[in-house]
Write a protein that binds this ligand. Structure first.
Ligand code: GDP
Ligand code: MG
Length: 592
């Protein structure tokens, strides 16, 4: 196929604005699929989505911005789809900027014009004023009914440039997506920038230096159709002997063994941004869980896994995720597909330590937090990851949302009206503030009308500390957390209270432990920074009714008994080291 006849484009939109539905209509129009085929979304049903199972739910979510931007890098243009009833949403704006920064041709399209609530004029104005895109002949479509969908492809042909690679140059192939297929192993999607790639070719990953041989190659039409080769300008699938999805680095460049080329710019390995410890509730299940986690990560290249040992919870893993939704999906898959029961500790973002000698190190676990001695002598500063948050909401919710962002250490960078009713705000905010229920809080403050998205903004110096939870003076490693100093007293108090609270059930475990061992000491719960106690809660000892038998009469005997009991308690306190069952941690942590 001559490159002049190829158009590589994507569809970007806020979640539910109609990407999959439009993709189906376009595949029908081009004869790629039969229109009577089925009413459900064909692309979503492909192997990719099947294999990813429940992660489909995560698509379009902010955790996966990195993947969106890599996919855009394989295109020369994109259709920016906007729901005519909802108008611009946060992901519309974030995706627009991803495409804009890659210098793609952007074709705006208004979808769902069939809806009674559609307000085409308002939405068109929003697109024009926010993105400064030409909306004079904007396509007003219904991907559902098919209305005006035929106007899109002529636009694509006219406005999106064809790829400009050279078939006669050395091979340069760009890997932008991959998944694990149970039968054939890792399937890669690649855009051929220059040259030609054929079945049987030996290729090298510029990132890892690993060598592979192409076993199968072809186009997605929409299922895999082998063609034996792909040439410059084409996008298709490549199956080579990769063992795990982790070998397929999104953004990697491949070349022929004998003719190395410079890799394409902008490669960054997938960066997990949220880390949490995962432990089995039943420690006998360690081996089974180990296998399940290995299987799950085989097919998810963006997860990182390391073994971890906790004094409180035993053996487990420290797992890195793209975001909290990714973490939830992972946990859900473990539970649903592998029948596992796990405890997940408080998530931590990667903090950075800057040393006096210029070196730096990322810490992903409160246990790696530097001791105070090291802090004073070797470390210049600590830094935390920042993000740029985009929020779009109806005007009436803005006050409450600004309070939320302020309380989450956000700094406003932009405040603008999209139109008379809607406001767009941008904030710089620590990532740590986003990973703790920001989304839920935002939704509840805006009756569900606010949308948000965020992008990476690098690191910034920050006054962060490690908070320990002590039970009878002993720090419990599974409950340690890294926090900003300004939050220590409120969170410290909250956690101590929560441990001493019947509602969270955790308190009952202390009683269980106390009564089963017939121990008569009180339990002291403290949260502390270094040696400084922030909050303290006391669970009183169960008082064995030692005086009950000696009613009336001998007061001195009564006193003596009480004295004796007190002494006993003192002794217990000294040796008293509460060991909580795993289930107690589960109950405490699962109600974050
Ligand atoms: P995606 O998340 O962007 O892929 O959105 P989908 O294609 O899955 O669409 C989300 C929902 O909107 C589905 O229930 C679709 O049936 C519906 N939808 C998509 N396009 C239209 C349209 O033009 N009109 C109406 N009324 N509904 C649509
Ligand atoms: Mg979809």
């Amino acid at each position: 196929i001559p490159a002049e006849n190829i158009r590589n484009f994507s569809i970007i939109a806020h979640v539910d604005h109609g990407k999959s539905t439009l993709a189906d209509r376009l595949l029908e129009l081009t004869g790629t699929i039969n229109s009577h085929h089925s009413h459900s979304q064909v692309l979503d049903k492909l192997t990719v989505e099947r294999e990813r199972g429940i992660t489909i739910k995560a698509q379009g979510h902010v955790d996966f911005n990195y993947e969106v931007s890599r996919s855009l890098a394989a295109c020369q243009g994109t259709i920016l789809l906007v729901d005519a009833a909802q108008g611009l949403q946060a992901q519309t704006v974030a995706n627009f900027w991803l495409a804009y920064n890659q210098e793609l041709s952007i074709i705006p399209v208004v979808n769902k014009v069939d809806l009674p609530a559609a307000d085409v004029e308002r939405v068109t104005k929003q697109i024009q004023s926010t993105f400064e895109l030409d909306t004079t002949n904007i396509a007003l479509i219904s991907a559902k009914t098919g209305l005006n969908v035929d106007k899109i492809l002529p636009n694509v042909i006219e406005k999106i440039p064809h790829p400009t690679g050279d078939v006669n140059e050395s091979l340069k192939a760009f890997l932008f997506d991959s998944w694990y297929d149970t039968y054939v192993g890792v399937v890669c999607l690649m855009a051929i920038v220059n040259g030609k790639l054929q079945k049987g070719d030996k290729i090298v990953s510029a990132h890892s230096g690993n060598k592979y041989e192409v076993a199968d190659i072809g186009i997605m039409h929409p299922e895999q159709v082998p063609t034996g080769y792909l040439h410059a300008g084409q996008v298709g699938y490549v199956i080579c002997n990769m063992k795990a999805a982790a070998e397929a680095h999104i953004g990697d460049t491949f070349y022929h063994i004998k003719s190395p080329v410079d890799p394409l710019p902008g490669f960054e390995p997938a960066k997990p941004m949220v880390f949490a410890g995962i432990f089995p509730i039943d420690t006998n299940e360690f081996n089974k869980l180990d296998e399940s986690i290995a299987k799950l990560t085989l097919n998810d290249a963006s997860v990182s896994v390391q073994k971890e040992t906790s004094t409180a919870l035993g053996q487990g893993w420290r797992i890195g995720f793209l975001g909290t939704l990714h973490m939830d999906v992972f946990q859900q898959r473990l539970e649903e597909e592998y029948d596992a029961n796990v405890i997940i500790t408080q998530p931590t973002v990667p903090y950075k330590i800057i040393y006096r000698d210029g070196a730096s190190k990322l810490i992903r676990n409160p246990s790696e937090f530097p001791e105070s001695n090291e802090m004073t002598h070797k470390i210049i500063e600590l830094q935390e990851p920042m993000v740029m948050v985009t929020v779009i909401a109806p005007e009436e919710y803005i006050g409450s949302i600004m309070d939320l962002c302020g309380s989450r250490r956000g700094e406003q960078l932009e405040y603008n009206y999209l139109d008379e009713l809607r406001v767009i705000m941008r904030y710089s905010m620590p990532l740590a503030e986003i990973v703790t229920d920001f989304h839920d809080d935002l939704k509840s403050r805006s009756s569900g009308y606010a949308s948000f998205d965020y992008e990476d903004m690098g690191y910034q110096p920050s006054d962060i500390v490690k908070m320990n939870v002590l039970i009878n003076k002993k720090p419990v490693d599974a409950l340690a957390a890294i926090l900003h100093r300004s939050q220590v007293s409120s969170i410290g108090r909250e956690w101590a209270k929560k441990l001493n609270n019947n509602k969270t059930k955790t308190k009952n475990y202390f009683y269980l432990k106390i009564s089963s061992k017939r121990q008569l000491y009180e339990v002291v719960i403290q949260t502390a920074i270094g040696g400084k106690v922030v909050a303290r809660e006391t669970i009183p000892a169960m008082r064995k009714n030692v005086t009950a038998k000696c009613y009336g009469g001998d007061v001195t005997r009564k006193m003596k008994l009480l004295e004796k009991q007190k002494e006993g308690k003192k002794k217990m306190k000294m040796i008293g080291n509460i060991e909580l069952p795993q289930k107690a941690f589960y109950d405490f942590l699962s109600k974050r």
